[in-house]
Every structure is written in structure tokens, then in C-alpha cells.
Design a protein around this ligand. Structure first.
Ligand code: GRF
Length: 217
């Protein structure tokens, strides 16, 4: 079977990007990352790409006339490399229409809260400030809204009164690194079907052992 080509967009440290690289290198995810696009020339994700022989491409929105021009150019780069799935791994921008339309239900994002709670920036801080007992992370397809697209996988963690934004973010991040490669794997196996705003997962249920209250170490 032909390997699926993945294009990753990242703005920062890229730990989720790394988790996907690791899943591919360990053989649990059968796909190949053909491009890393970053809007930040100082993103640590670029170092990670170089280390793993993935082509890094810095694309600054300021070099393009409009937001649409920027995303048209992004789509061009993705298409040249025959990318089948676009992964937003800490890409800190609202995605423009040209990309969403060209890759409808083929752009995935990870959000550090249980959507539809706490969308937008600082999902972990929002959850902690609100005082919820449970938070977590969500992998979803990207649509025109802010963190509103069809949900693929979610994982939950408990929130303690004593938590800080940092301690909660760290707990959530460990699960991000599990569910993001898992969602990509399901996609790569052709097992995700979007029906309305819901996602149906075909075949055997994915490993749910980490979905609820994982033990904290
Ligand atoms: C993660 O918390 C992710 O949920 C959010 O941005 C952060 C990116 O972290 N979208 P990293 O760059 O993957 O380490």
C-alpha cells in the first residue's frame, strides 16, 4: 500500500510533531512526513525536521499580500508534494479558507481542552481558571470556525485545585502525544468518516486505555 504523505504546520517547539515522527519511526504509524511548514523561523520544530530529514519550509504571512494569498501558497506547496493529510501541530494561526477548502476534512488540529469547552488560546489556563474537575485534549478536523470542526478523539485528565496552568498543560500534553498519532493512524487506514459534524470510526475500536483518568506519574 502506498504511504500517505503528511504535511505538518507548526509555529513552536513541536513536541506533537515529534510524537508523530516517533510513531512513524517506531512503525506504529505507516505514513511519511514530506514537509514541515513554519510561520516562525525560530521554531524548534524546524530543528526537529532537520534532524529527521524532513524538509523544513519557512513561510511568513508578512511576505504575502493577503491572508488568502498566504494560504493559497501553502496549498501550492502541499500539492506539489502530494500531501494527503495536513496536520496542525501547534500552528498558532486561524487557518484561511483556501487551505480548508482544498483539504476539506483532511486538516487535523490538536487542542489542549475538551472541545467545545475552552476553544482558542490558552485552553489549559481557561480550564484551570474556570475550576472544572476534568479537562483534556481533542483532535478534530478543521473547519471555518475556531476549534469547531468534527471531533476525532478526545482524552480526559483530572484537574486539581492546586494545578497551575503549567502543571495541567504538562499532564494534558502527555495525552496529546498519544491521541494525535492515533487519530492520524485511523485516518491513514481510511477508517474515519465525517457524517454531519460527527466522525464515525470504522473497524475495531481504537485503544481507549488512555481515554479516562489515566494514572498520573
Ligand atoms: C499544544 O498544547 C497543542 O495542543 C496546541 O499547541 C501546543 C503545541 O505544542 N495546539 P507543541 O508545539 O506540539 O509542543
Amino acid at each position: 500500500m502506498e504511504l500517505m504523505n503528511i504535511g505538518v504546520l507548526a509555529s513552536g517547539r513541536g513536541s506533537n510533531f515529534q510524537a508523530i515522527i516517533d510513531a512513524i519511526e517506531s512503525g506504529s504509524l505507516k505514513a511519511r512526513i514530506v514537509l514541515l511548514i513554519s510561520d516562525n523561523p525560530n521554531a524548534f520544530a524546524i530543528e526537529r525536521a532537520r534532524k529527521h530529514d524532513i524538509e523544513p519550509l519557512v513561510m511568513l504571512p508578512s511576505q504575502f499580500g493577503t491572508r488568502n494569498d498566504y494560504y493559497k501558497a501553502v496549498v501550492r506547496e502541499l500539492r506539489i508534494r502530494e500531501v494527503g493529510l495536513v496536520v496542525l501541530a501547534g500552528f498558532m494561526r486561524i487557518i484561511g479558507k483556501p487551505l480548508i477548502e482544498a483539504y476539506r476534512n483532511r486538516v487535523m488540529n490538536i487542542h489542549p481542552a475538551l472541545l467545545p469547552s475552552f476553544p482558542g488560546l490558552h485552553g489549559q489556563k481557561q480550564a484551570q481558571d474556570y475550576g472544572v474537575r476534568i479537562s483534556g485534549c481533542t483532535v478534530h478536523f478543521v473547519d471555518e470556525g475556531m476549534d469547531t470542526g468534527p471531533v476525532i478523539i478526545q482524552a480526559a485528565v483530572p484537574v486539581a485545585f492546586e494545578d497551575t496552568e503549567e502543571s495541567l498543560a504538562e499532564r494534558i500534553l502527555k495525552l496529546e502525544h498519544k491521541i494525535f498519532p492515533e487519530a492520524i493512524r485511523l485516518f491513514s487506514e481510511g477508517r474515519l468518516e465525517v457524517i454531519g459534524r460527527k466522525v464515525k470510526i470504522a473497524g475495531a475500536a481504537p485503544d481507549k486505555s488512555f481515554l479516562v483518568f489515566p494514572p498520573l506519574d
